[in-house]
Design a protein around this ligand. Structure first.
Ligand code: GRF
Length: 203
């Protein structure tokens, strides 16, 4: 049995997508992967607590402490190399990574976005904004997308998508929660599991 694919998760917030990945790994749904590192760019990120509770190395790395984006990315690379990360998952990671960083990990960084790309994505579409835009446009279906990360914000190759109904009376908060529960928390573990199987088979 070859070594499992080593997964690093980058998060900035509550970490519910990280938790979905942790739960999926523990329940055997991610057979060929293991989360070995969580990096949070905010001291307040509850995602770090979730990692620690699961016995996963959690590191807080902030741009401020590293003197800017270049130092921030340098420190992240040090950690990713220390833990020999094969796959990097952005799970609510609110930082625009440089082209150099993204090219360094070509087709090894994936992101979960809370809309059906190409709708409601790109610069500034994070948090509640994609859901506010979906309600504003009056779409009847939205959802989540897992995609590779390239130099274009939310512009990388699409890996998987899952649709969710928009219901009458939805507020952005209610819609966000439904998209997380019915799409993100199912789609991301499934996509990561598939990627780990593929990467493992290529070894
Ligand atoms: C999720 O809505 C995700 O789609 C977006 O940021 C949010 C992260 O939530 N990328 P959490 O930190 O995983 O709870």
């Amino acid at each position: 049995m070859s070594e499992k694919i080593r997964i690093a998760v980058l998060a900035s917030g509550g970490g519910t997508n990280l938790q979905a990945l942790i739960d999926a790994e523990h329940s055997g749904k991610i057979k060929n992967g293991e989360i070995v590192l969580v990096i949070c760019n905010r001291k307040s990120a509850y995602a770090a607590e979730r990692a620690k509770s699961a016995g996963i190395r959690a590191e807080i790395v902030t741009r401020k402490a590293c003197g800017g984006q270049e130092g921030f990315e340098k420190r992240m690379i040090e950690l990713l190399e220390e833990e020999r990360a094969d796959l990097i998952v952005l799970a609510g990671f609110l930082n625009i990574l440089s082209n150099d960083f993204v090219r360094r990990y070509d087709h090894r960084i994936v992101n979960i976005h809370p809309s059906l790309i190409p709708a409601f994505c790109g610069e500034g579409f994070y948090g509640l904004v994609p859901h506010e835009a979906a309600l504003e446009r009056g779409v009847k279906v939205t959802g989540a997308t897992v995609h590779f990360v390239n130099e274009v914000a939310d512009g990388g190759e699409i890996i998987a998508q899952k649709a969710v109904e928009v219901l009458p009376g939805d507020t952005p908060e209610v819609l966000q929660r439904r998209v997380m529960e019915q799409a993100e928390w199912i789609l991301l573990p499934a996509a990561v599991s598939q990627l780990c199987d593929e990467m493992s088979a290529e070894r």
